[in-house]
Design a protein around this ligand. Sequence first.
Ligand code: ATP
Ligand code: MG
Length: 560
Amino acid sequence: MEQDTDKKSLDFIRTIITEDITSNKNEGRVATRFPPEPNGYLHIGHAKSICLNFGVAEEFGGSCNLRFDDTNPTKEDTEFVESIMEDVKWLGFNWDGLYYASDYFQNLYEFAVQLIKNGKAYVDSLSSEEIRQYRGTLSEPGKESPFSNRSVEENLELFEKMKNGEFEEGAYVLRAKVDMASGNLNMRDPIMYRILKQHHHRTGDTWNIYPMYDFAHGQSDSIEKITHSLCTLEFEDHRPLYNWFVEQLGIYAPRQIEFARLNLTYTVLSKRKLMQLVRDNHVSGWDDPRMPTISGLRRRGYTAAAIRNFCEKIGVTKHDSVTEVALLEHSLRDDLNKTALRVMGVLNPLKIVITNYPEDSSEELDAINNPEDESAGKRKVPFSKELYIERDDFMEDPPKKFYRLSPGREVRFRYAYFITCNEVIKDEEGNVIELHCTYDPETKGGNSPDGRKVKATIHWVSAKHALKREVKLYDRLFTEPDPEHNKEGKDFIELLNPESLKVLDNCYLEPSLAEAKPGENYQFERIGYFTVDSMSYKNGEQVFNRTVTLRDAWAKVKGR
Ligand code: ATP
Ligand code: MG
């Protein structure tokens, strides 16, 4: 687990940027960009990149663009573009420029023509299989393509025809003429353009050729005058090519810096794998509350502040590691503890009848909204003769350390009274169905004037006032910490946790929750944090999602 404990010490990227500013490189200007490919929804790994790029721009008085890296028309869609914009905004960031790599298709085409004219690019007729064979391996140099010495005129003509759609897909590619013997495979005459007769979500059918990532990314950065192009470590081997293109073209040269991607336990962070979960209905959608997507986390009840704090805590480094999801949950609890309103809700109800409480009567008791935040104020909670408590808070035959309700025992009902259990009512099979209790009217508010003590305080709701709601409990999506690299070599799909979703349809919540809305966070006292699901309703009523438990129950189960 990576943790940047000393907040004042700059990470390696901020150190580089500080040095560049000091040496007046780029006239002291700082410009970054976040460049998602719109081929899926953003996940928590992207949040790390967003917080870094936008954070750096903010801290150094620079700018940060949002650029859609939409060079592959087969996988991209406007649905993804829209969700990405929504997620970046929700995380609390505003982009300076909004761009699409497809905005630059004409520029990129002209750059390609320039390289052809300079003898630095050629049209190849080898098939993709032949190109792979000619490329060689890490231990063997590659072989020149027999087509690498075409004349500039022939290359220009063929490239023009590729562009005009005169050839079938796969018939030709445009390659950069770099070095087939390079120790870096990316430098062995990489493909710049391929023929794709595909409809693009923005440029429609204008183009029959599309640039490869390596030919598009650096030039897009250059056009936008990005000073520091921050990307993940897998692009380290692409940096020489990134630099080669901008150098050959003689255009503004941004500096690419790589950092380690975020890996998180008990989930997968790859759009392709997340797409598979959605497509094969293992989850209800990209925004399923169990998904590590920003939209899933939001629907689950995560706050943007919690995600930003998490990203700050993990920091950025140059070596890969795996972060415990418990750290993300810790950031979440930290934030919710300060901000969530406290309420009472009973998930697994047991009925209580207060036998000495007047029939048809009720009263409103004062309850504190958030002990961590006085300004959150107070509310009224109704109390009456029939209540629900959590089944777990009663034991007929309690072991030594169980201080909650049991026959003959007196406990405090939060904000209400001291209550004693006198009689246990059972059905024919011997299941406890109801408790008959008495209350001490002198203990209103939860304290006894005679100084009598009780050992436990439990939550409750008034039966006739309560809202009956469905509540969804979520657990880890996978049973293994690293579902992609498990010991048995199983496919990650086999490691889905069959118990990741539990639906409770007989929950009773205090009436103040009638107005609760998605995006508002509540602490159900003693149980956990909850929010209203933004997508589902049961009988036209709210459904609640458990965002996170109060403590890490999983660690206990795992004996860690
Ligand atoms: P995926 O494999 O999930 O599709 P990607 O890297 O292909 O991820 P992009 O849309 O290309 O996704 O990523 C946009 C930016 O977010 C890139 O700069 C990428 O390096 C960064 N990014 C993606 N995943 C992570 C991660 N797990 N941690 C940190 N940054 C990430
Ligand atoms: Mg990608």
